[in-house]
Design a protein around this ligand. Structure first.
Ligand code: 3QA
Length: 230
């Protein structure tokens, strides 16, 4: 029997999800709120972690260890790198990395620490399910690499470093940490993002403008994926 975790980082990212489900039971734990719902017999726990890798790791681990979730889906927004990604477009991560993890002083590649890997993969089954949903609904979705770090990227210089170093298609601040937690705890993981900005000089402005509408794009697609896998 599956218990599904659905995460976002910001309240705006889970608000459209909570609006979709009825009879939400709120549980307070570890300085955060966890929203339990029953969706046609499927148990779901929804939460927004707060921004960044540390909060996202805490929330992912809590949903798995405390709430007993055995599948985790992330929905939210991202900065686009791949020029084919326009604001509002969807990307699912096939693998993720931490662009700000740096012990290169010791000859290691960017994103690597001993015992870890530069890239962590997401569940192939969940990606295939998501692609079936996209096909059925005529949605254009890119499958690619997402780079995560504790920085809001708003310069071409940093964006190009991330693009060149990791061949990343999009960037954000939580996905890789969630995937690392899921991978270590053997929980299938899925990371979906809709583009809110392109991580350049205008990123701050675009983000404020498009956070809500792009979060809704991601959430609407995620709900269809839940219907497919349940
Ligand atoms: C940015 C959010 C964080 O959870 C990561 C959005 C979209 N564009 C990005 C970019 N660089 C990095 N990440 C992203 N999310 C938090 S800062 C805004 C906070 O406003 C993805 C993302 N260019 C708080 C109000 O003061």
């Amino acid at each position: 029997m599956t218990k599904l975790a659905i995460m976002g980082a910001m309240e705006e990212e889970i608000e459209p999800l909570l609006a979709h489900f009825k009879d939400v039971n709120v549980v307070e734990y570890a300085d955060n709120k966890y929203y339990e719902v029953n969706y046609n017999g499927l148990e779901i726990v929804i939460a927004y972690s707060k921004i960044g890798k540390v909060f996202a790791s805490l929330t992912a681990a809590t949903m798995i260890e405390k709430f007993g979730c055995d599948v985790l889906l992330f929905s939210g927004v991202a900065g686009g790198i791949n020029p084919s990604l326009k604001i509002g477009d969807l990307i699912i991560a096939d693998k993720l990395c931490q662009h700000d993890l740096d012990i290169t002083a010791f000859g290691h590649p960017h994103g690597y620490v001993p015992g870890g890997n530069v890239f962590v993969e997401t569940s192939k089954e969940l990606r295939e399910a998501a692609k079936r949903v996209a096909d059925k609904n005529g949605l254009k979705v890119l499958e690619g690499t997402i780079a995560t770090g504790d920085q809001f990227i708003h310069s071409n210089e940093r964006k190009e470093f991330i693009e060149n170093t990791f061949k990343a298609d999009a960037l954000e601040m939580e996905g890789a940490s969630v995937a690392v937690v899921c991978n270590a705890l053997n929980v299938p993981c899925f990371v979906l993002r809709a583009i809110s900005d392109t991580a350049d000089m205008d990123a701050g402005f675009d983000f404020d403008e498009f956070l809500k509408s792009s979060a809704v794009e991601s959430a609407n697609y995620l709900v269809k994926i839940v219907d497919e896998i349940k």
